[in-house]
Structure formats: structure tokens, C-alpha cells
Design a protein around this ligand. Structure first.
Ligand code: GLU
Length: 484
């Protein structure tokens, strides 16, 4: 058996999104698992649809995800070049071979003549087919006219799809189609076959939009005397309701947007792998290496796979939580070095709350900014939970708590801070005449004194991150305000 060769063959017609990335991933995983080769090939024969900047974008997206190719436009390889527009002479030589053998003919009709033939067919209420109007015999092809494939009249095509099983289509699926256009460029239909043959591709893994054209492709393989590769068709990716195809409005983004939104490539890879493939167990988390070990084309499903952003987010959080503190901070991006220690201590908090690095950054500049910036305190906020029947409790409470904080060791966990402070708070809870509210009446001003915010992490966590000295400065500042 020849070694497995798969390829990802995007057209540079825009940005790379989840569908393309998943196809690339499955093709890559399969090649890696089988110890084969994975090729990146750019299919740019439709110059009108080309979008500038797509090729570097595709390369950057795949690289970020962690998918590496063995042969490709930037890497070279035994079948270079890997950009179709640079391989025109090759397609031409295959086309000439087909023309010489009578499998293709120069299209004899002008646009106006074709239009007339179409109108005729319509008037007679029959489908217009090129093959009903093909010329007799073989005319030499000089490359100026489009070259059309002379489709064989085969009653039925049947083939095996690795994912979908036995598929078939009748003669109606094949008409004479263009191999080389008048501008000298091949059509996708032709170029990809030539390349898959030349590059010795063994498994063609792609979307279901190509199924209906497969009989056409099979007829070209036959005319060339080549065996077709195995076909594996991906399931469609559905939107969150699971009823229609995923669209931009459902959150389908450009792959690099996931990077700027703070997703980890391992998390996105893990998520994409389960979008239509299942491991046969309930297991959810797979590293790239584990995916490579477990992957199989046979367990790709036929039915559509639902794109669930909530699942992606929680998967991302799982992978974020597995990072070391240093790695987590590296992913977060820059903070002033003087804040390094506090930032390290805040990482568990971020791991607990944030599902993306973007969210973690927003927390650092939002509810957690008090860790780095000294708060500006308002007296009425310090007194917001003061009990009417126990005036002065905020001030006396802060004095008592600051004493306890002052006796804490330098480096202390949130739990140890809590264990030290809670007895005092509980005392106030039972001391009040109404019996309730004393705890909040002293913990609220403490938390506010430390954070300057109505919403923030609890005071014990704040003290453990700020450290004893900085906490004391902030609490004393609040005491000073209340004394004034
Ligand atoms: N160039 C085609 C596309 O981007 C690739 C299809 C294939 O994999 O054969 O849709």
C-alpha cells in the first residue's frame, strides 16, 4: 500500500473560517496518524474570485492552530510549486493528452450561439446539455478556445465514500464541462484532479458540496487511465439551533479572530475535532497528540455537526486552567513588571472566572483593576451597609479588622485570611440587637476599602493578592475618611 497522502486545498477567496479549518484539521490528523504526508495547495485558478491577502491569512491561521504541512507554497516539496496558477503548463499537458485521445474538444460555440441553443432548449422544455451539441470527430486544440471534456455516456456511477458509504449518481450528473478556460487557466474541476494525481494524494477529504460533482471527477480519472483516490466527505457544520448551516450571525468567525478573542489554539483544535468526529466514548478533552492517536475517518458522522459556542468557551477555559501561571501570563500579554507578583497571584482568580484571555484582560482592567491601581474611596459607600441601630460599626469594625490583618504573615492564602477575619465578623453578627447584618456591616467596608468598587472579589482574596502592607494602607485610608 502506498503511504497516506492528504491535502488541504483552499481557494484564496477570503478568510479562513471554521469549516475550512476543520477540513484541514481532519486531513492533517489522518496523515499524521498514518505516518503519511500532508500537503497545503493553493487553488487560485479563479482569478476573479481571488481576495488579496488570503494566502498569508490561510497560512497564518493554520500555523496558529498548530497544523503543519509537509509540502506547500512556503515550504516547497517534490511536487512544487504548490500554487495552481504557477502550474499552468502541467494542466495544459494533461489537457492536450485528453484532447489527443478524443476525450476533450475545443468548444466551437461563441457566447451568442450558446445563448441561442439554450433558448431553444427552454422553448422545447428540455434541459440544455452541452453533450447534445458537441462536434463530431476530433479537432485539434490550439489553446485559444475553451477545452471541454467529452463526458462518457455511462448509465450510472457508483463509488465508496469513506464516511458516507456507497454513493451513486446517474448519467444526468455528467455533462461536457470545461477543463481549460479561454484565458488558459484550468477549472477547479480539472486542476485539482491533475494535482491530486501528481501529488499522489490517497485520500481526498472535503465538504459535501463536491459530492454531486464526483461522477464528473470519476469520468476524468477514467479518461486519464488513473485510479481515483479515496473520498471522505465532511458533515456540514450547523448553527446553534442545529437546523441550518452555520452563518456569520451564529458566531462563525475568521480563524484569526479566535486568536484575538483570546482562545487557545489547542482548545479550538479540540473543539473543531469534535465537530463531526466522535471518539466513540464520552471523552471530551484531547490534546493534539491524543487526537492524532485516536482519530479515524470511520468515526466521522454523516449528519450535520452543531456549532455550540458555549461549549467552545468552556473548552477554552479547561485548557486555560491547565496552563502554568507563567504560561498563562504570557498568553495574557503585557503588564508592567512591577505588578508581576500580584498578577501571578491573580491568575487562579482569572482561571476561575474567565473563559477567554480577552475576558481575563477585561477583568484585569475592570473589576480587578483595583489590584493594581489604588482605589479612590467615597465615604457614603463605606457606610452603605451601616446598620441604623448600630451607628459607627463600619469604623470600629475596620479598626478591629486592620489589627488582625496587621498580625497576618506576609504571604498568606485567601483561606487563611478568611479563617483569621471571620470570627470577628461572626461576633458582630451575633452582637446586634436585631441579630442580623453585623457581618455585612463590617465586611462590606473592608471589601470596599480594598477595592473601591461595588463589585469585586471577596476581601479575603483581595488581601491575599494585595499583601499585608498594601492592604493595611488601604484600610487605614478608609479609617481616616470615616474619622474625618
Ligand atoms: N479549492 C476547493 C475549495 O476551496 C477545494 C476543494 C477540494 O478540497 O478539493 O473549496
Amino acid at each position: 500500500m502506498s503511504p497516506v497522502v492528504t491535502r488541504f486545498a483552499p481557494s484564496p477567496t477570503g478568510f479562513m473560517h471554521v469549516g475550512g479549518a476543520r477540513t484541514a484539521l481532519f486531513a492533517w490528523l489522518y496523515a499524521r496518524q498514518k505516518g503519511g504526508r500532508f500537503i497545503l495547495r493553493i487553488e487560485d485558478t479563479d482569478k476573479e474570485r481571488e481576495v488579496a491577502g488570503s494566502i498569508p491569512h490561510i497560512i497564518e491561521s493554520l500555523s496558529w492552530l498548530g497544523i503543519e504541512w509537509d509540502e506547500g507554497p512556503d515550504k516547497g516539496g517534490p511536487r512544487a510549486p504548490y500554487i495552481q496558477s504557477e502550474r499552468l503548463t502541467l494542466y495544459r499537458s494533461y489537457a492536450e493528452k485528453l484532447a489527443a485521445a478524443g476525450h476533450a474538444y475545443p468548444d466551437p460555440y461563441s457566447e451568442a450561439e450558446l445563448e441561442a441553443l439554450r433558448t431553444n432548449a427552454e422553448a422545447e422544455k428540455r434541459p440544455f446539455l452541452y453533450r447534445d451539441h458537441r462536434p463530431e470527430g476530433t479537432e485539434p486544440w490550439d489553446g485559444k478556445k475553451p477545452l471541454r471534456f467529452r463526458a462518457p455516456r455511462i448509465a450510472r456511477y457508483e463509488w465508496d465514500d469513506v464516511v458516507r458509504g456507497r454513493l451513486s449518481a446517474g448519467e444526468e450528473a455528467i455533462d461536457d464541462f470545461i477543463l481549460i478556460k479561454s484565458d488558459g487557466y484550468p477549472t477547479y474541476n480539472f486542476a485539482h484532479i491533475v494535482d491530486d494525481i501528481e501529488m499522489k494524494v490517497t485520500h481526498v477529504i472535503r465538504g459535501e458540496e463536491f459530492i454531486s460533482s464526483t461522477p464528473k471527477y470519476l469520468s476524468v480519472y477514467e479518461a486519464l487511465g488513473e485510479a481515483p483516490p479515496a473520498f471522505a466527505t465532511m458533515p456540514p457544520i450547523l448553527g446553534p439551533t442545529g437546523t441550518k448551516k452555520l452563518s456569520k450571525r451564529d458566531g462563525a468567525k475568521d480563524i484569526l479572530d479566535y486568536r484575538s478573542d483570546g482562545y487557545l489554539p489547542v482548545a479550538l483544535m479540540n473543539f473543531l475535532a469534535l465537530l463531526g468526529w466522535n471518539p466513540g466514548t464520552d471523552r471530551e478533552f484531547f490534546s493534539p497528540k491524543e487526537l492524532t492517536d485516536e482519530f479515524s475517518l470511520e468515526r466521522i458522522q454523516i449528519s450535520g455537526a452543531r456549532f455550540d459556542e458555549t461549549k467552545l468557551r468552556s473548552m477554552n477555559q479547561h485548557w486555560m486552567r491547565l496552563l502554568s501561571t507563567d504560561a498563562f501570563i504570557r498568553h495574557l500579554g503585557v503588564r508592567p513588571p512591577s505588578d508581576g507578583e500580584k498578577l501571578s497571584k491573580a491568575v487562579p482568580l482569572l482561571k476561575e472566572r474567565a473563559q477567554t484571555f480577552k475576558e481575563a484582560q477585561e477583568m484585569l482592567s475592570g473589576e480587578l483593576s483595583c489590584l493594581f491601581d489604588k482605589p479612590i474611596l467615597a465615604k457614603e459607600q463605606l457606610l452603605a451597609k451601616e446598620l441604623p441601630d448600630r451607628p459607627g460599626l463600619a469604623l470600629s469594625g475596620l479598626r478591629k479588622l486592620s489589627e488582625i490583618v496587621g498580625s497576618l504573615p506576609d504571604d498568606v492564602t485567601a483561606q487563611a485570611v478568611k479563617d483569621a477575619l471571620m470570627p470577628a465578623a461572626d461576633n458582630e453578627e451575633s452582637a446586634g440587637q436585631a441579630g442580623k447584618g453585623g457581618r455585612g456591616a463590617i465586611l462590606w467596608p473592608l471589601r470596599y476599602a480594598l477595592s473601591g468598587k461595588e463589585r469585586s472579589p471577596d476581601p479575603f482574596t483581595l488581601i491575599s493578592i494585595l499583601g499585608r502592607e498594601e492592604s493595611l494602607v488601604r484600610i487605614r485610608e478608609a479609617i481616616g475618611i470615616l474619622e474625618r
